[in-house]
Ligand binder design. Structure first.
Ligand SMILES: [Zn+2]
Length: 314
């Protein structure tokens, strides 16, 4: 009888542990949904499934060692936890069913996004990059520094990979140029960008704006223009440090993707506390650019060059 109970608890522990593992593996799909509460639901699934798995694991071991320890009958116990498994499955199915589905592009493009620091791309154009990926475009990212002037470089490197992984980018490369001193490494940076342009053969290049008061951002903008001198489509995104001269004329409709962007920025926990990473600020910029573009939410870009055949249906 004790053996049956041990097997029962072990099986239940395994079932809930499987739910936990499945949820962690599918984090991206489960939280990239049309519901703002998806992250809360995701956290609730994780907490409930892992706690129940631990309780059953404990009971399996304790029953094996000390015999029948439960104060209530097995029937009552099973009646209590079985609905939990069903409820968790329903929540997971619900999250899966409200997943964002972007219209697939009939003309997939290759996009290279270039940023100076680990969080620049997510903050400035994270929603655009996520939407492009869901539409079937290939999106590559290069980040020129580990951001060591703004935090621990190892942590920021890890966060750069987490943030861009959440956006589902094909590849992100974080280089090791000196943070805050990119202007002094202009030739090396230009060569690094030229090498990625040769490797990825992008149709569209996204980079910092000329109207940006951060010296690194400006250096990356200038290096990109030199490296992409023969390139037909270059768009400049909006960092929090752009000046009032930043005047976007190209907009990407990011309705449905704003929460994906906010979640990808949240991956940069090291930068938490900086006012421009707050969901409120990100939402405000998206609303403002949306109002300029006569839509709900948008990300704005300045156009250096935009050949229609290179842009495709971006
Ligand atoms: Zn930056």
């Amino acid at each position: 009888m004790v053996l049956v109970e041990v097997i029962g608890h072990a099986a239940a522990a395994l079932a809930f542990a499987t739910v936990t593992a499945f949820t962690i593996r599918r984090r991206q799909q489960l939280t990239r949904t049309l519901s703002r509460n998806a992250t809360i639901a995701y956290g609730a699934i994780l907490v409930v499934s892992s706690v129940v798995a631990l309780i059953h694991g404990y009971h399996a071991v304790a029953t094996l060692l000390f015999g029948d320890i439960l104060p209530v009958s097995d029937a009552i116990y099973i009646a209590l936890h079985s609905p939990a498994l069903v409820a968790l499955s329903i929540v997971i199915l619900f999250l899966s069913s409200i997943k964002l589905v972007a219209e697939r592009s009939p003309r997939p493009r290759r996009i290279l996004a270039i940023g100076a620091h680990p969080d620049d791309l997510e903050i400035a154009c994270g929603a655009t990059l996520a939407k492009m990926r869901d539409a079937g475009h290939e999106v590559y990212a290069m980040v020129l520094t580990c951001g060591e002037a703004g935090g621990d470089p190892a942590t920021r490197l890890c966060e750069a990979h987490n943030g861009t992984a959440f956006l589902d980018l094909c590849q992100v490369e974080v280089l090791n140029f000196n943070d805050t001193a990119l202007a002094e490494q202009a030739n090396e940076i230009t060569r690094a960008i030229e090498a990625r342009i040769r490797a990825y053969k992008p149709d569209i290049i996204l980079t910092h704006s000329a109207h940006d008061q951060h010296q690194d951002h400006l250096a990356v903008h200038q290096a990109t223009l030199r490296a992409a001198r023969n390139h037909s489509a270059i768009l400049c995104y909006e960092s929090p440090s752009v000046t009032r001269d930043f005047q976007p004329t190209f907009f990407v409709d990011i309705d449905g993707y704003l929460d994906v962007k906010i979640e990808s920025v949240r991956a940069h926990a090291d930068q938490r506390g900086k006012p421009y990473v707050s969901p409120e600020r990100l939402r405000g910029v998206a609303v403002f650019r949306g109002s300029q573009a006569k839509t709900r939410y948008a990300e704005g870009f300045e156009v250096v060059r935009a050949l229609s055949s290179a842009l495709g249906d971006m």
